[in-house]
Write a protein that binds this ligand. Sequence first.
Ligand code: AMP
Ligand code: MG
Length: 334
Amino acid sequence: MAANAIREGKIVVFPTETVYGIGANALDEEASRRIFEIKGRAGDNPLIVHVSNIEMAERIAEIPREYRSAIERVWPAPLTLILKSRGRVAPSVTAGLDTVAVRMPAHDVALALIRESGVPVAAPSANLSKKPSSTSAAHALSYFNGKADIIIDSGRSAYGLESTVLDLEEFKVLRPGAFTPDDIEEIFGSVPSIESETFEKPKSPGTKYRHYSPSTPLFLSEVEVKELASILKDFGRSYEIGFIGSSDSCKRLRRYAKHRISLGRSDDLYSIASNLFDALIKIDEKGADFAVIEGFEERGIGIAIMNRIKKASDHKKFSNVSELEMLVRHLPGC
Ligand code: AMP
Ligand code: MG
């Protein structure tokens, strides 16, 4: 049914191993445009095209000969490749670029949907623009009820973070994600460079937009949990404080932050990753005046975790009382 819907130019939300995607036939300009419309996504932010086999990738993009065997080995995986476009996907999908982002997702339902549709499926993350990505069908339903034609519920996403976007021409990570630099080195035999996010005209247009933000003002703590407890102590008298962090930190802050959401054990970064977007969505149900999120080690998948946390907090961070005072002073209504 869902595959028929895709062929008919309809919009289908489907699970992948990274996050849920909101998909349409990538060859159909009208259908692809509807994705931008429904998400409120800027037209200059191209979509990732999902394929179910290498031949399908080859129909829409040029696969460099030197990388072909590595790509055959690595896919399906949470790794999106920027390849030279053959100009066959709808123009809105690539936002007019001469490259196209392609990925084969490691999820049986996603692969079956694409295979049965018989067409490549353009699908960005299933969230309204600027909001946290969906890691469950319930999240997607809260964003797209009545707007998407079909939503497939397949439980929680395994990684909970979007794919890594790798530009093969420059061998550069344009967006860190679920596939770590170590994973890339293992498959391709060399370490990729990583695009700096401060770059004025980023090669991956999507990275310049604000992202993943809850409505609750969110600040990144750059101090140890013990110090954070002493900082929050004073604020607790005047504000309802939310906290997102490891299970251990949640326990230690139970007297200082009224609303706490645990991401799991701090030594299990894959668990932290899989719970992050759900926490960023749930924090808005708590009614906190502001929320604090703690940082994690920037290694392996921690690089992608911290990328999302920095964006979700709009780069607002503190490492002492006066810096938090400054942030709180600028809260709406203060
Ligand atoms: P999303 O699907 O919402 O997770 O976002 C897809 C990401 O891939 C965005 O950051 C896009 O800017 C990036 N992307 C898609 N197509 C291209 C492309 N041809 N060149 C560079 N980045 C791309
Ligand atoms: Mg997205």
